[in-house]
Design a protein around this ligand. Sequence first.
Ligand code: URP
Ligand code: ZN
Ligand code: ZN
Length: 462
Amino acid sequence: MSLLIKNGRIITAVDDYKADIYIDDETVSVIGESLDMQADRTLDATGRYLIPGGIDPHTHIDMPFGGTVSADDFETGTRAAAHGGTTTLIDFAIQTKGQSSIAALDTWHQKAEGKTAIDYGFHMILTDMDDGRLPEMRQLADEGVTSYKLFMAYPGILYVDDGTIYRVMRKAGDDGTVICMHAENGIVIDEIVKQMLKEGHTAPKYHALSRPTRMEAEGVHRSIAIAEVAGVPVYIVHLSSADALEQVVLARNRGVHVFAETCPQYLFLDHSYYEQEGFEGAKYVMTPPLREKWNQDALWRGLKFGDLRSISTDHCPFCYKDQKELGIDDFSKIPNGGPGVENRLSLVFNGGVLPGHINLNEFVDLTSTSAAKMFGLFPKKGTVAVGSDADLVLFNPGRKETISVNNPVTHNMNVDYNAYEGFEITGLSETVISRGKVIIEDCKYVGRKGDGQYLKRGYYSG
Ligand code: URP
Ligand code: ZN
Ligand code: ZN
């Protein structure tokens, strides 16, 4: 099957030019002006940006957490991602305590195989790595799992102590792999949570008040210091605050290989969402929590100047009804996480490019290219180039929509609310191509369950 895309404006992390693209089967094979070639199908991209498919390097699909399971499975979650212009997800497999991480990877393969609309890879959340198990990390890397997430938060669940962090980091440094860090001082936070509950503070907003930015900054500082000594690059996930970003900037100025991502929720939502009537704030119970609005200026500066390298979603949806409600009498029982995989590109274009926080090349870099480089997918993914996978989005920069759980153009996630309900956005992914196949056409899903493939990722290339 061949596909010719005419009259597009191709935007990558470094280029911006008008050309046609000829796709032979799954890969881009010719890019040129006014291509006169026969193809099985021709698309007209006049007035559209042709950008590389989005890469979301942080999702939690079908994830057991907080006494329940995240509401999207690999079918619904990847389909919703495709609607939003994302053609690759890197999700998190989880090794439970005492379990072989190789067996854990197998569990996640079974969850995803044959179900996905788009390509996907896995990081591995490690919770248990004694010396006997450490060689498993090399095996995981051979299976394409070249990054691991460690948690300084959630004691008794996903938390690992500093000794484990150091041991795993050294091994990752030896193997050339990367550590993703959930950086928050979970031990102190748990004490604050107990104290708040004892004082009778049970409402959702106390989730946020129990997790001060200083505790995030401390985790970021500590994880960078351990990584520096262990000799491994560290990638701070879901960075939410100016305090935490300051630690990244200080370390980068010292020459440490530290990278960080933030997420749309920290750029476009803020602490006031917890102050809504009743239990509504539960929709925004996520970790780290939403911060005071003034933090957003610092995050945009971090994105503009390269201290924040990527915008992921941390998509971890739980329905308001029945799932978030598990914590109706106790904020610490509200499952942590929120939806967002579908709305990332529109939100970042509308709220990042249009007001001038970032330019179009930075938009592509932050939503695709940089994650491809960081997580061993570049140049197969993350760019528009001859030889790269034909993962492409025809993005309409003038299309206006209102994000709503009731608008099928903006909400296909399997969750009963949208965190950005009522946001009026300009800029939408209208047609999405995954490895040469059109899977979203005029905002409608035309792909097939199982079109997506597992990606054996290579090594980080900065
Ligand atoms: O609240 C969140 N972020 N839930 C998902 C798990 C995590 O910490 O990333
Ligand atoms: Zn996390
Ligand atoms: Zn997460």
